[in-house]
Design a binder for this molecule. Structure first.
Ligand SMILES: *Cc1c(COP(=O)(O)O)cnc(C)c1O
Length: 231
């Protein structure tokens, strides 16, 4: 049976294009990541065949198996909480790590990246909402963390990542996306050497259109492509 993956991706791409147009942005400045935690290999392959070129995974072990099987013709990004003791694997496996939220993790990633002769691309995950259940550096400490991490030679800071709280109405997520963009702009104004700050990873199935209107450069979409995940 043909699954809906390809049609879903096409629908999401046109919604992203619409949101970019409304905001006066270039469609080519927004990339669609397919989030594939718990998704089986066949459906991931369908997404790749439909043109997806970034896959987001949340668990190192699950990602390792999938990357070994499906290869590196596409980018693999780490979006889940990362423990420092997995840093060694993470720098080898992932093209970008979106979930760097503390200095001890950054130091370990830097050390492992240096040992493997890599320059690992990272995003700083910011907990904009302050919800206790969310990971991410607190909003007020993000600038300091970017400055501290920018001194590490083997990490390349590409921008910021956040998860908005869950709302019935995606409009309610807008202030959180706007706050991440404004924080990014303040970091750019601070002229931190080696902090690139071109990426804003924000927006998921329920709220990616609003995120694009507010400046997202990578949206991370799972359920709207693959359907509900099993528990
Ligand atoms: C699961 C997940 C997503 C995708 O969420 P959906 O609601 O399935 O689109 C995005 N970002 C992170 C960090 C996730 O863990």
């Amino acid at each position: 049976m043909e699954s809906a993956v390809k049609a879903n991706i096409e629908r999401i791409r046109s919604a992203i294009a619409g949101a970019a147009l409304r905001a006066g942005r270039k469609v080519s400045d927004v990339r669609l990541m397919a989030v594939t935690k718990t998704v089986d290999d066949d459906r991931i392959m369908e997404a790749i065949e439909a043109g997806i070129d970034i896959i987001g995974e949340s668990y190192v072990q699950e990602a390792k198996r999938k990357i070994e099987k499906m290869g590196r013709s596409i980018e693999w990004h780490m979006i889940g909480h990362l423990q420092s003791n997995k840093a060694k694997y993470a720098v080898r496996l992932f093209d970008m790590i979106h979930s760097v939220d503390r200095m001890d993790l950054a130091v370990e990633l830097d050390r492992r990246a240096g040992a493997a002769d890599l320059a690992t691309k990272i995003l700083i995950e910011v907990n904009i909402s302050g919800e206790k259940t969310k990971s991410g550096v607190p909003y007020e400490e993000a600038m300091r963390l970017v400055k501290d991490i920018s001194s590490l030679d083997n990490l390349s800071i590409q921008g910021l990542m956040t998860m908005a709280p869950w709302f019935d109405n995606p409009e309610d997520a807008r202030p959180y996306f706007k706050a991440l963009r404004e924080l990014r702009d303040r970091i750019i104004d601070a002229n931190i050497v080696r902090a690139e700050m071109r990426e804003l990873s924000m927006g998921m199935s329920g709220d990616y259109e609003v995120a694009v209107e507010e400046g997202a450069t990578i949206v991370r979409v799972g359920r709207s492509i693959f359907g509900e995940r099993p528990f």
